[in-house]
Ligand binder design. Sequence first.
Ligand code: FAD
Length: 302
Amino acid sequence: MSIRYSFELFPPRDEASAARVQAAVDAFVGLAPEFVSVTFGAGGSSTHHSLAVLQRLLDGGQSPMAHLTCVGLEVHETARLVRQFLDAGITKFLALRGDEPKDPAHRPRTTLSSAAELVQLIERVEKERVPYAEVPLPGLRSVALAERRAAVEIAVAAFPNGHPGSGIHRSDVDALLAKQAAGATMAITQLFFDPYDYVRFVELARTKGVTIPIVPGIVIPTSLRRLVRSAELAGEGLPQVLADRLEQASPADAVRIGVDAAVAQIAALEEAEAPSVHLYTFNDHRPAVEVLTRLGALTPAA
Ligand code: FAD
């Protein structure tokens, strides 16, 4: 059986990027990804645009995943956001702490300080939102069942090569355990370039008691710029051989090199029994579709 897949999109910032996002949504709606996730701007700055993309995915019959961050917001503001996303029909979340605001003057008085706390808040808001209800059992007078509702699924981030804030003690598996204990049902990793980084992290996580699926996050390095930017954002070292090849390539050859690199990485992860792969698309669906086609993994929507 070929590997399962999901995609990440950013909410658009302008008209040109809105057209790219729409093209990606149209392409993904015709496929059968596990989910499409939509990122969230720090402090709620992208709420409106994130919700608009999520709504288009819902309208296309997808069950999208909303990223949410909590730092920089008062707890009641985060709770209100969670309610807003639930009211829109979102049942899958990626709960993130987010990056601390640079200006300490903007630190809120009350705020959640970790993704583990946000996982708990999402669950609590979801439970409080829907009133308790019972379903009478046919033929049995005065016996009823509490109505079962579709619960939320909450993913969290994992860092195979360490979060930049984890320091020399490499507390990332501990952080992942805390998120699992809080109720997370899946982890998605930060990007990495060597499949062995993922394999080593998963092994360590399993020995320490992490049982939830750990889905590798994959960048398709279709240009030197993309490779350098992704490595910087993730705090990863630059894979020099790949960087040199991309630097010398024409734009069309660079796309081919990036697709080849991602195909090789995913094939190795499939071999290592990764449960699925999450493709960071940077709102360009074409290389993602090309990679999955090459792997024979594409499944059209039913
Ligand atoms: P946490 O896991 O809460 O903390 C980060 C690190 O702190 C941990 O890895 C660990 O080193 C340490 N730590 C925390 N709790 C513990 C503990 N209990 N014990 C030991 N150590 C601990 N940012 C956005 O703004 N918007 C997005 O949409 C977005 N999407 C992302 C998607 C993915 C898949 C990933 C990997 C990152 C994304 N980010 C996004 C970036 C993310 O917000 C930053 O990495 C942020 O600095 C940390 O968020 P977190 O949820 O990993 O935090």
